[in-house]
Design a protein around this ligand. Structure first.
Ligand SMILES: CC(C)(COP(=O)(O)OP(=O)(O)OC[C@H]1O[C@@H](n2cnc3c(N)ncnc32)[C@H](O)[C@@H]1OP(=O)(O)O)[C@@H](O)C(=O)NCCC(=O)NCCS
Length: 164
């Protein structure tokens, strides 16, 4: 048995902290957005339009490590039975340490609490890392949207997770 409780081990990685996204996060988010989605980056205007939506319709979260913003994710609640993951991003230096999982699970948990029956998302066909993450968390690949991402023309894989 370890001499240290889990949260006191000297080499224990600090846990991912999640909180709601704020307008003041936009500079860090736009930098990550350009880095991670060079062909399909959202513009500040697109994020502003999302901020203008009521909390009943949207949830945007950020992950922090120390003082740095290390990731973000968003979900759209349409009011029917279906919620959509609209974005998920983690700074490359932090990949593989559970930040993407923490963000995704927080969104799924919220959809579940709000009584949604299923969660859908689109992911680039050429993004095996993200597809694996979603498969691991109970999403199935249910369709293809040909040429969905423009201007690249890359296909989108539609994935769905049934909550209830
Ligand atoms: C896809 C993405 C969000 C994943 O984020 P992440 O923080 O690396 O995700 P996680 O760390 O939770 O899981 C990723 C991998 O790390 C592994 N992992 C998770 N926690 C870990 C830990 N504590 N220690 C070691 N490995 C771990 C997982 O098993 C997983 O392995 P796999 O890729 O071989 O399946 C991130 O790579 C990203 O931002 N990519 C670019 C943008 C993008 O593609 N977004 C999705 C658009 S739909």
């Amino acid at each position: 048995m370890s001499a240290w409780p889990d949260d006191a081990r000297p080499d224990a990685a600090p846990p991912v902290r999640l909180r709601k996204m704020r307008r003041a996060d936009m500079t860090a988010i736009m930098a990550l957005e350009q880095e991670l989605f060079p062909e399909d980056a959202w513009t500040p205007e697109m994020f502003a339009a999302e901020f203008a939506q009521p909390p009943s319709r949207r949830l945007y979260l950020v992950a922090e490590h120390g003082n740095a913003l290390t990731g973000y994710a968003g979900m759209m609640f349409t009011g029917g039975s279906q919620a959509d993951v609209v974005t998920l991003a983690v700074t490359p230096a932090r990949w593989g340490r559970g930040t993407g999982t923490a963000l995704l699970l927080a969104l799924l948990d919220e959809a579940d609490k709000r009584g949604y029956e299923e969660v859908l998302l689109e992911v680039r066909e050429d993004n095996p890392r993200a597809r694996r993450l979603y498969l691991r968390h109970g999403f199935d690949e249910v369709g293809i949207r040909r040429g969905y991402y423009q201007p690249s023309g890359v296909d989108a894989v539609v994935m769905r997770k049934v909550l209830r």
